[in-house]
Design a protein around this ligand. Structure first.
Ligand code: G3H
Ligand code: 13P
Ligand code: ZN
Length: 330
């Protein structure tokens, strides 16, 4: 049985991106795979009146179970209503790697999908992306494509080195595929080890971003690998038995700069993982007799709410734009 995202009360990303570009902020795209993460994302976004994209990789979808996921998304929408709030929620597939996976997500309530053909030769990427757009658009589902390759694991896709996006390709790619947004590679990477420790300013290629903006005026750009790898969490993890040496992320200042530009979706997964792991390690380290999951997952969830509120208010600038986008969607 197929279900449209509209039946679940979700929205696609079109109006979110239009208003984000106009307003000089970015929509947060938070990855999740379990209940506590989703509760924290929704609470954090309701409390800051922020629009939100909740996103799952194919691995996360398998982990959560695709049927369960549909009801989790519905639960998120209902949780917002029960809180008397009004924020738009998009359910997005992160790094989809095949047409079949994107189709399956669209048929199961996703309002937005990413088809990541970035590791394929250019013409194959165009063909695959176009195929997904042709299935998605008649159903009013939005599509994110990618040009350039980020280093690190992207689910099924992994690369040792990054390949920057070539600005001379972006117009042709967007024109021929019909994508609604484009992920570009400007030097970020996935995971907790993005740059070498001690580099004063991680060398993000804002010149490439600007060049893409010039060639695609007003077009939504997406930034992956955008966790800051918050040092306090890394320290806490290491203090309570973890071993994350030399973990470095994107400084918040650089994300603020990106959010004010044509970057209108910022992907964050690792920071949430680090926040929860840090607190879980601390609770279990200090209370070795504890075995009730609520006693460590509860505080971990509270920490994630704090992190999300901070990102929305002080980094992405999405706080205060939730109701406004719901009103624009009508
Ligand atoms: O882009 C990668 C995301 O952080 C998803 O990671 O494949 O481990 O769920 P995952
Ligand atoms: P981080 O690993 O920096 O959180 O990036 C997540 C991401 O890009 C998901 O697509
Ligand atoms: Zn990514």
């Amino acid at each position: 049985m197929t279900v449209s995202y509209k039946e679940l009360g979700l929205v696609n990303t079109r109006e979110m991106f239009a208003l984000a570009i106009k307003g000089g902020f970015a929509i947060p795209a938070y990855n999740f795979n379990n209940m506590e993460q989703l509760q924290a994302i929704i609470r954090g976004c309701v409390e800051t009146d922020s629009p939100v994209i909740i996103q799952v990789s194919s691995g996360a979808r398998k982990y959560a179970d695709s049927t369960m996921l549909r009801y989790m998304a519905l639960g998120a929408v209902e949780m917002v209503k029960a809180a008397g709030a009004s924020i738009p929620i998009a359910l997005h597939l992160d790094h989809g790697d095949t047409f079949e996976l994107c189709k399956d997500c669209i048929d199961n309530g996703f309002s937005s999908v990413m088809i990541d053909g970035s590791h394929h030769p250019y013409e194959e990427n165009v063909k695959l992306t176009r195929q997904v757009v042709e299935y998605a658009h008649p159903r009013n589902v939005t599509v994110e494509g990618e040009l350039g390759v980020l280093a690190g694991i992207e689910d099924e896709v992994s690369s040792e080195v990054s390949h920057y996006t070539r600005p001379e390709e972006v117009q042709d790619f967007v024109g021929r595929t019909g994508v609604d947004s484009l992920a570009i590679s400007i030097g970020t990477s996935h995971g907790a080890y993005k740059f070498k420790p001690g580099q004063p300013v991680p060398p993000l290629r804002f010149d490439i971003l600007e060049e893409c903006e010039k060639r695609l005026p007003g077009f939504p750009i997406v930034l992956h690998g955008a966790s800051s790898v918050v040092p306090e969490y890394v320290e806490m993890i290491n203090k309570y038995g973890g071993k994350l040496e030399g973990a470095v992320g994107v400084p918040e200042e650089q994300l603020r700069r990106a959010a004010k530009s044509a970057v209108c979706k910022i992907n964050i997964d690792s920071d949430g993982r680090l926040a929860m792991t840090a607190v879980i390690r601390k609770v279990l380290g200090e209370s070795p007799k504890e075995f009730d999951p609520r006693k460590y997952l509860g505080p971990a969830r509270d920490e994630l709410i704090k992190l999300i509120k901070h990102k929305n208010e002080h980094v992405l600038g999405s706080a205060g734009h939730g109701k406004e986008i719901v009103a624009a969607i009508g």
